[in-house]
Design a protein around this ligand. Structure first.
Ligand code: MV4
Length: 447
């Protein structure tokens, strides 16, 4: 097992990884920017190294500085967390070339899944159901027209390098295809430096359902059920649930087994998530994430499996500590992403937290790195904590959300807590009756 792990991240996820390391008897090294000298992840770590100025490109994305920090401190592994360098195949290769273990999948799997066309081909071959679409990239309007005619309108033009909804355009009919194609290409070129695009059948009101997997280097793969992440605003997840209110045990078991077998075939290592759109009882693969995700705790709560501990174990060459037969789902869990933002305009609200007390009690977990007197810097993501509730039933989770949101005491900055207080009173939410556009429609109609 590793003796010392460098955590190449900040905020709540750096704490989450630190906690797993400490429980395994592993020493930790924090890296931080000059804006994060007083941050909790630095205060908790056994050692810390400043890796540069505030801008992410100069510090948390500064590969030479992070590798140097690992070498100077003698870390034998690096955990990238989520965001930043977590899905950078080149970084994974560089880490490995320095005889340091990258706690994540093989670089080649990161690379393939980062290219949406290559990812679709790879998982499709392994038996995962795909959205009907073009056979790879479309290179001309003629090719696009041909593919769209076979698929049937409406279609979606998507960027191969895509993610976060950039370079994605709907064409309702053939008359709209030329413009959708050129806009998607231009946006993709500007955002990713790559204008390769492909075409898919447009699903109008699906749910976003993703399946958590984890694999070791001995051929063992487990699927840990799904999370429903349909409640999003501008491609940012807002509230997630495990398991999904939309699936029954049979549908869950079927797609879970398809995913488990596919991941086995691909020979993937570590934690990952297979994202699907789910409409009219059918699953359609959209992307695979090759990292630990923000919303991993709701899966931990319903399975009683420590995903970060398992990630570290399998990266060190150990076997998963459980098998698929051991995976049992207990009750329900919901996560609310608490952001330092105005709850109506969503404008970021950095600044000093003058007073803070976290909610707690039965069935409540608050994963955060903030404290009274902490100043939220303006340079990074606005998420300041994850309120995770769990219990035997979805109803109990919602009751626990209601009382823990009321307990939440934080002054000095605005947070999105009031948004969740309103959301959990909505009949559609209470009924679990929502899709990927529901939240934005609700926000547009409720002001
Ligand atoms: C889609 C889709 C409808 N049909 N693909 C958005 C980001 C990217 N990761 C995938 N996305 C979508 N792909 C087809 N064929 C609708 C979306 C989409 C979406 C997906 C998940 C969660 C929120 C979303 C919001 C808008 C659009």
């Amino acid at each position: 097992m590793f003796e010392k792990v460098l955590i190449a991240n900040r905020g709540e996820i750096a704490l989450r990884i630190h906690r797993a390391c400490k429980e395994m008897g592993i020493a930790t090294v924090a890296v931080h920017s000059t804006a994060d000298e007083g941050a909790m992840h630095v205060r908790l770590a056994d050692e810390s190294v400043c890796v540069g100025p505030p801008a992410p490109k100069d510090s948390y994305l500064n590969i030479p500085a992070i590798i140097s920090a690992a070498e100077i401190t003698g870390a034998d592994a690096i955990h990238p967390g989520y965001g930043f360098l977590s899905e950078n195949a080149r970084f994974a290769e560089i880490v490995t070339a320095h005889n340091i273990t990258f706690i994540g999948p093989q670089a080649e799997h990161i690379r393939v899944m980062g290219d949406k066309i290559a990812a679709k081909e790879a998982v499709g071959k392994a038996g995962i159901p795909l959205v009907p679409g073009s056979d790879g990239a479309v290179h001309s309007l003629e090719e696009a027209k041909q593919a769209a005619a076979e698929i049937g309108y409406p279609v979606l033009v998507k960027a191969a390098a895509g993610g976060g909804g950039r370079g994605m355009k709907v064409a309702m009919t053939e008359a709209h295809l030329s413009e959708a194609l050129s806009t998607a290409k231009a946006e993709s070129k500007a955002a990713f430096g790559d204008d390769a695009v492909y075409i898919e059948k447009y699903l109008s009101t699906p749910r976003h359902i993703e399946i958590q997997i984890i694999a070791d280097s001995h051929g063992n793969v487990a699927q840990l059920g799904e999370r429903d992440c349909s409640l999003q605003r501008r491609h940012q997840k807002v509230l997630e649930e495990a398991l999904s209110p939309a699936l029954d045990a049979k549908a869950r078991e079927e797609i879970g087994e398809i995913v488990r077998k596919a991941i086995e075939k691909i020979g993937y290592l570590g934690a990952g998530t297979i994202e699907f759109l789910y409409e009219d009882g059918a699953f359609y693969f959209i992307e695979m994430n090759t990292r630990l995700q923000v919303e991993h705790p709701i899966t931990e709560q319903v399975t009683n499996i420590d995903l970060v501990r398992e990630q570290i174990k399998v990266a060190a060459g150990a076997k998963l500590s459980f098998s698929q037969e051991d995976v049992k789902f207990h009750g329900h869990a919901i996560e609310c992403r608490v952001n330092a933002e105005d709850p109506e305009t969503f404008r970021p609200s950095p600044g000093k937290i003058t007073d803070f007390h976290a909610p707690g009690g039965p069935g409540v977990r608050f994963d955060s790195a903030v404290y009274t007197g902490y100043t939220i810097p303006p340079f990074y993501d606005s998420m300041i904590g994850k309120l995770i509730v769990f219990g035997d039933t979805r109803e109990l989770c919602i009751a626990r959300l209601k009382r823990s949101l009321a307990e939440f005491a934080l002054t000095g900055i605005d947070t999105t807590v009031p948004l969740f207080m309103r959301l959990i009173e909505e009949p559609d939410f209470l009924a679990g009756d929502y899709h990927i556009h529901w939240l934005e429609e609700w926000l547009a109609g409720s002001q």
